[in-house]
Design a protein around this ligand. Sequence first.
Ligand code: UD1
Length: 429
Amino acid sequence: MDVIKVEGGHPITGEVTVEGAKNSALKLMAATIMAPGVTTLKNVPNISDVHVMGKVLKRLGATVEVVDKHTLRIDTSNVDKWETPYELVVQMRASTAVMGPLISRFGKAVVAMPGGCDIGARKIDMHIQGLEALGVEFEINHGNIHASTPHGIIGDTVTLAFASVGATENLMMASVYAKGTTIIDNAAREPEIVDLANMLNEMGAKIRGAGSPVIEIEGVKESLHPVTYSVVGDRIEAGTFLAIGGLVGNPVTVHGFEPIHLGLVLKKFEKMGLSVERGNHECTVWREGPIIPTDIQTLPFPGFPTDMQAQTMCLLALAKGSCVITENIFENRFMFASELQRMGADISIEGHHAIVHGVPSFSSAQVKSPDLRGGAALVMAGLVADGITTVSAIHHIDRGYENFVEKLVSLGAHAERDIVPDEEAALAD
Ligand code: UD1
């Protein structure tokens, strides 16, 4: 079993460059289905979720050529299937992002129904209701969602009950060829939505307002054409390394993303006593005084991202005092807290609130990644714990962080990937 071993207490400082955003790359890959031909995507992170999306596209009949580590050439000319099987959806829920593109290109799609997952139920009812409003008909049987468009896709106004990222993206993609204009009201505003809209527009779509709560999609008749497009920098990978700067104290500079995409995160870091220097496509964080307890609540963009909650909890667990973290997006996203408690943190969970009482230090322990961001935050905690922390279930971390250990080592960390023998693995599990 692969683990990450990290020895705490070594000086950490320096510069790292982040990769393209996982949450954008996956949707851009799905969107290539809508532009038959060869689309070249640059700045694609080399992470396991991207590999799964590659498998999804190949299963549909596309070819995916790896030009270099971060460039994919995706040929969707011969896509002739519209079914995404359970074994891929179960590996990665974002596989459901092909539903909108398949409906656009073929007027139909069969996508395995995603089940529950570690961070909550993660339903797709809003995707379905929104698409129904545009004339898509659904049947659910044998665990699969069958979508068809007997009367075509007809533009209408869809008001989302919650600004869901996935629903906004599927609706945006499904309505590109609709008759008339589609309006998505209460749309998600994440930078990755803007990235997707920008690429679709370069391909020939007519999307206005992405990044605002109202997105307008004017249906086009002509088929979208392939483009060469570069994925936006990963704000969450950036936020993770900046949080590390705040944790260790010495400056950590992150290149390759837009600090504005971490607007509220950086504001909260400042409230927490961290120093933040924003630059052009880069940012530096360090800390001189103690960590100041600060309440956090996760909300859709531009609110505080749920994907930065665990890393921030790691910082606040060492604050001088107590504060409350409220998780409003996913119901099970506090599993990280119980692992951090094994390292000496004092956190009590009440529903979707975590009451965090700062402790002076962490002690090293064997801990298990509960999910992608929680796993990264455990490695982060290990950087300042006494002794060696062993983090297991690191396949979660591999889903979203490319060369995480190598980047930490380049900052001065004493960390390595290791394969532990079975009896030790049993303990770590
Ligand atoms: C995306 C991101 C994820 C991020 C999340 C919120 C990807 C691959 N993943 O996930 O990293 O944490 O946005 O910023 O881009 N919901 C419903 N019904 C629906 C859709 C969503 O109840 O039809 C609920 C979900 O269960 C969840 C909440 O709404 O509790 C947010 O979901 P959503 O914004 O759709 O997140 P994802 O697109 O799944």
